[in-house]
Design a protein around this ligand. Structure first.
Ligand SMILES: Cc1ncc(COP(=O)(O)O)c(C=O)c1O
Length: 401
């Protein structure tokens, strides 16, 4: 198989932030590329020049094409896409819509690496409805154990909700294998793809999920406060958002309303149009690079980083799974994650830490304290990786002497 070449010079040229920082916080918010920045600011300027509604009219084609682009990115249909303000709000709209039908004793199956906000929503809904939340065990690699999932399925399971790539490390859960099982069982499958869309090839047909949520600012490199959801057409009819507005539904008679038939029933009438246009540009930009090429480069950089960090005495790589992705997590036996982050920040190297609070099921089961999270993107290069690794090595050496 030939390895696609990547025009790293162009990627860096189009990323103004690389002149200021070594950015390894792409799982937090990636550096925006120039085309995204320009699309967003040009839109805002236009609003100031001719008016907000008038600008939206002028951009009608761009806004409509955004659904086609987002659909292409995840291999869906444009009418299965809704733009939302972030991954959590999109996930909430889907989950609370589904939760309206839950009865006492119904079961929701989730992963050990589920994101904090999703679990808080599970707990609230369990309290309100009497439904039960159950965590699917992991296999020996730390991925969702698909055989265990099969054994847990019965007629009371009303949802399988999984995080594809967790916030705290490089684990990639076996989404397609889970999708095969949920499809066969006829159980809805909600995939939190917040950390995977934009760094990995994500194909809803191949995965077989019924719903997917993601955000704009992370691996897609869009503006903050943006995201989108996917809802399979067949799932739509039985899934009504917990709240509706004039965009999501039509007031057809004095005593009647009609919910729209496409995924835009999960959108708001009023929204941040400049952000939406920026996200659409970010999606097109990712498509221009090509997701297979992005995934290959991100994985290669992450492998280089993991190997170099693992050579530092006292460092343990904490990523689970068979084939970890661009999120690299590690600890040191004596130096705290916070001290490492501060030391790197002083040298303008951006990493972050993941606390047990973000993925409590996983971190408690593994008895992990805070970990350092260094998440690479395709615009990072080997020189930056060497600087990050050198700075960590310098700190731990200092502390040891
Ligand atoms: C796995 C996962 N899901 C959901 C979210 C929430 O995304 P947002 O902040 O866009 O709502 C995050 C954010 O870090 C995440 O890592």
């Amino acid at each position: 198989m030939s390895v696609p070449t990547f025009d790293i010079q162009r990627a860096r040229y189009e990323t103004p932030g690389v002149a200021h920082v070594r950015h390894f916080n792409n799982a937090g918010a990636a550096l925006m590329p120039t085309p995204v920045l320009q699309a967003t600011t040009t839109y805002l300027h236009r609003e100031a020049e001719i008016g907000g509604y008038e600008t939206a009219d002028e951009y009608a084609d761009v806004l409509a094409a955004g659904y086609v682009s987002a659909a292409r990115l995840v291999n869906a249909r444009p009418d299965e896409i809704a733009f939302v303000e972030n991954a959590t709000r999109g996930w909430d709209l889907l989950f609370y819509g589904l939760a309206a039908t839950l009865r006492p004793g119904d079961r929701i199956l989730t992963s050990r690496s589920e994101y904090v906000s999703n679990v808080i929503a599970f707990l609230q809904v369990a309290e309100r409805t009497g439904a039960r939340i159950e965590v699917i065990p992991c296999d020996e690699t730390g991925q969702v154990d698909v055989a265990a999932l099969v054994a847990m399925l019965d007629h009371r399971v009303k949802l399988v909700a999984i995080t594809h790539v967790p916030t705290n490390g490089g684990l990639v859960n076996p989404a397609a294998a889970i999708g095969q099982v949920t499809r066969a069982a006829g159980v809805p499958f909600l995939l939190d793809a917040c950390q995977s869309v934009g760094q990995l090839v994500v194909d809803v047909d191949h995965i077989g999920c019924d719903m997917l949520t993601t955000t704009g600012r992370k691996y897609l490199r869009g503006p903050r406060g943006t995201g989108f959801v996917y809802v399979r057409q067949q799932t739509m009819a039985n899934l009504v958002p917990p709240f509706l507005d004039v965009h999501a539904a039509t007031w057809v008679a004095a005593d009647r309303y009609q919910v729209r038939s496409d995924a835009r029933r999960f959108e708001n009438w009023e929204t941040n149009y400049a952000g939406k246009v920026g996200l659409i540009r970010a999606i097109d930009y990712a498509l221009e690079w090509g997701m297979p090429a992005i995934e290959t480069r991100v994985r290669a950089l992450a492998t280089t980083l993991r190997q170099a960090l693992a050579d530092i005495p006292g460092v343990t790589i904490q990523d689970l799974g068979i084939d970890p992705c661009g999120i690299v997590s590690f600890t040191h036996q004596r130096v705290t994650a916070d001290a490492i982050m501060q030391h790197l920040a002083a040298q303008r190297i951006n990493v972050t830490t993941s606390s047990p609070f973000g993925t409590r099921f996983a971190m408690e089961a593994r008895q992990l304290p805070m970990v350092v999270r260094a998440s690479v993107h395709y615009y990072n290069d080997d020189a930056e990786i060497a600087q990050l690794v050198g700075a960590v090595a310098e700190l731990v050496h200092e502390k040891a002497s």
